[in-house]
Design a protein around this ligand. Structure first.
Ligand code: SF4
Length: 734
């Protein structure tokens, strides 16, 4: 700041799913300062290190400011008009030559609501292909399928206010201190005020474990067995809330394929089947704490200790999780299993009793889940249901037959289709798949194949812009108007505060311009000055019901966000509880109205080994993840000098005992080899986190050390979310 007049304007932070409210200081047309918004109920004035420095991400020296088109292997600057004409004509010729399913869009949980909405409308409604996916498939698809299978309705029933009511917090494999730092500080605050307990249940010792009251380590993948053992203990000790279970739960077994349309391909023949309580109890006999101790490495005593909190009728328990449970070859199952614990004890849908699935990205909920930018989704419903297609088509002003009734490709399959040549055109916005795709080398080679046309919209050069035929410069965050939706169903609006550089344009308007050029002027009637309001108003019509109503734009503009369902001028804090949720209609205290009979499902889900486990050739587990300083692939945060300096490069974290045995010290070069390839990086011993013996951890933010070249692209067969947390690796000192 130069000391001149500063205007402070509200926005949600764009750097994680917590969705903190921030105030951005604008001076002489430049965003120069950030502070936490004291009026925000999310963060109450606090920010983390990424939030405080977020505006600096706008001003990196190498911002993309002009469209670039690849000609004879070189990028040539062009006008925006020319680039948009080229994209529209390339899409039209690709569709003519190869069919509608040869074009695709791959977006993001960092797309604003209008970005995702126009992408879905153009591809699903106008062009007529379900080739719409988003990187949120890689981070929360298992949370979605967990909610749908257990409750028939997506997104948490509770909210962040649960933190102020819970007595015990059990963190299932999530390093909240680094990944959701401001929320974690709310837990610590409650410990100071009320003496609550925090239990960190994880595969690696992190800053979260260090701050927790107790850290319990489990072997990778065995959370499935431990969750079942907790259920076993709850039943054995007669801690079941029988009245709640009788009135509000069914018991099921079976795989459930979610009707993604891929059942034949993946041979999902197993249909869900109802069982009774006795059959479920019998199934759990394989999961006594003593038996599970042998699989999981968690002592029977610690399993009983965790179960005792869930079983204590005088303790309110909040379970929190994120990627550790979602990026899991049985991600849907482990989500179901934690819901089982809360359902058996009736500790759900009321203040402080809350199974809470956190999201990573600022609008994974708002855009990907609520707008529905996944192959099978529509804003309200799924493409497989005729009435949902008809409903969306009416609002989109397209014939219902335009929207295909079958999903096409989930994310990994979409890149495989690009490899095979079934997809010929891909538009990538607000994401960096050439850093984040598992088994990356295969998909990088695929994108470079002859006859593929890739458009990348971004704000900085990345390994993904390296594969582009056309690069479009995007306007970032507060350089345009938009909304995000955070982990607690809160939609937050932000206005345009500063001008984008050069010809940079919002991702929304890029799509609108291409749609118009493709002949869809009628559907894309929006005017430049008012398009965000027009799009949001149109989008709200998809959710116009008590179960999902979104607040009007005027309400979002006035408030630090608003939670949906927004009914009769009020947000709904706890869903499925008739005291708070006006959509409950069964006359009882709880109503799980996402299921036809109003009952939630307790699922019989077994333990199953990981897709690839260590063996004599690859004896270590490889786990990947994030660090507090960087946002995902670091394309923005590495341009913020203070964050880059704090965490300048990637590393491999080793267990101190393993490091000693292998004579490896911090900074020594280490070669990691998996069945997919090898990578060399510096070692880190006893610095940030400490993996358990025979495990290593690598953050994925450093584009110069592409750890995903060697990760595994196997995925949960229900959610199709890859397991980035587990594969087998050889570790050698170089
Ligand atoms: Fe932003 Fe997340 Fe940090 Fe809050 S916790 S300031 S939303 S990065």
């Amino acid at each position: 700041p130069k000391g001149g007049k500063m205007d402070w304007k509200k926005a949600p932070c764009r750097f994680c799913g917590v969705g903190c409210g921030v105030l951005v200081g604008v001076e002489e047309g430049k965003a120069v300062a950030v502070k936490g918004d004291p009026k925000s109920p999310v963060n109450k004035g606090l920010c983390c290190v990424k939030g405080y420095h977020s505006v600096m991400a706008l001003y990196g020296k190498d911002r993309l400011t002009k469209p670039l088109v690849k000609k004879n292997g070189k990028y040539v600057e062009t006008s925006m008009d020319e680039a948009l004409d080229l994209i529209a004509s390339k899409m039209k010729t690709t569709i003519k030559d190869y069919g509608k399913d040869s074009v695709s869009i791959y977006g993001s949980g960092q797309w604003t609501i209008p970005d995702g909405y126009v992408a879905s409308k153009l591809f699903k409604g106008c062009i007529g292909t379900n080739n719409v996916e988003a990187n949120a498939r890689l981070c929360m698809a298992s949370a979605v399928t967990g909610f749908l299978t257990s409750f028939g309705a997506d997104e948490p029933m509770g909210c962040y206010d649960d933190i102020d009511h819970a007595d015990v917090f059990i963190l299932w494999g999530n390093n909240m201190a680094e990944m959701h730092p401001v929320l974690f500080s709310r837990l610590l605050d409650q410990r100071l005020k009320r003496g609550v307990k925090i239990i960190d249940f994880a595969t690696r010792t992190t800053r979260t474990s260090m701050a927790a009251d107790k850290s319990i380590l489990f072997l990778p993948q065995t959370d499935l067995a431990v969750a079942n053992a907790i259920c076993y203990e709850i039943i054995k000790n007669d801690w079941v809330n029988k009245d709640f279970v009788e009135q509000h739960c069914n018991f099921n077994k079976g795989l459930t394929n979610m009707g993604y349309g891929l059942e034949d391909k993946y041979k999902f023949k197993d249909k869900p089947e109802k069982i009774d309580f006795e059959a479920y109890k019998k199934f759990l006999e394989d999961y006594t704490p003593e038996k599970v101790e042998k699989i999981s490495g968690v002592s029977a005593k610690d399993i009983k200790y965790m179960a005792s909190f869930y079983g204590d009728p005088n303790k309110k328990v909040m379970s929190l999780w994120c990627m550790g449970m979602n990026q899991h070859s049985r991600g849907t199952w482990i989500n179901n299993l934690v819901y089982n614990i809360h359902l058996l004890t009736g500790k759900i849908s009321e203040p402080g009793n809350s199974p809470f699935s956190l999201t990573g990205q600022p609008s994974a909920c708002g855009t990907v889940r609520e707008v529905g930018t996944l192959t099978h989704k529509l804003p309200h419903g799924v493409v497989m249901k005729k009435e949902h297609r008809e409903f969306a088509a009416k609002i989109w002003d397209v014939p219902a037959e335009n929207i295909p009734s079958k999903p096409t490709y989930h994310t990994v399959e979409m890149f495989r289709a690009l490899d095979r040549g079934d997809i010929r055109f891909m538009w990538i916005q607000v994401t960096n798949p050439m850093v984040t795709m598992p088994k990356l080398k295969r998909y990088r080679d695929a994108a470079k194949k002859e006859g593929r046309f890739i458009v990348v919209s971004d704000i900085y050069p990345t390994p993904t812009t390296d594969i582009a035929d056309v690069i479009l410069p995007s306007a970032m965050w507060i350089e345009r108007e938009g909304m995000f939706g955070n982990s607690e169903r809160r939609t937050q609006y932000f206005e345009q505060m500063v001008n984008p550089p050069g010809e940079a344009m919002s991702d929304t308007w890029q799509i609108v311009e291409v749609a118009k050029r493709m002949g869809f002027e009628k559907q894309f009637y929006y005017k430049k000055d008012t398009h965000v309001e027009e799009i949001y108003n149109e989008y709200r019509r998809h959710h116009d019901n008590k179960k999902h109503n979104m607040a009007p734009l005027a309400v979002l503009k006035k408030n630090p966000g608003m939670q949906w369902p927004y009914v009769d001028g009020k947000p709904t804090k706890w869903r499925f509880n008739s005291e708070y949720d006006p959509a409950c209609s069964n006359g009882k205290k709880f109503h799980f109205y996402g299921k036809p009979d109003g009952k939630a499902v307790i699922w019989q889900r077994p333990y199953e080994p990981a897709a690839e486990e260590p063996d004599k050739d690859f004896p270590f587990w490889l786990n990947t993840g994030r660090v507090v300083e960087h946002w995902h692939t670091g394309s923005m945060t590495r341009r913020i000098p203070v964050l880059h300096k704090a965490m300048p490069k990637g590393y491999v974290e080793l267990n101190p005992g393993d490091a000693k045995r292998m004579q490896i010290k911090t900074g020594d070069l280490v070669k990691l080899t998996t069945r997919r390839g090898e990578i060399i990086m510096p070692a880190s011993v006893n610095e940030r986190g400490v993996p358990a013996p025979m495990q290593v951890f690598v953050p994925f933010f450093d584009e110069k050390m592409l750890i995903n070249d060697i990760t595994l692209d196997s995925f949960c067969p229900i959610s199709k979310e890859p397991d980035y947390k587990k594969c087998a690796v050889q570790v050698e000192k170089v």
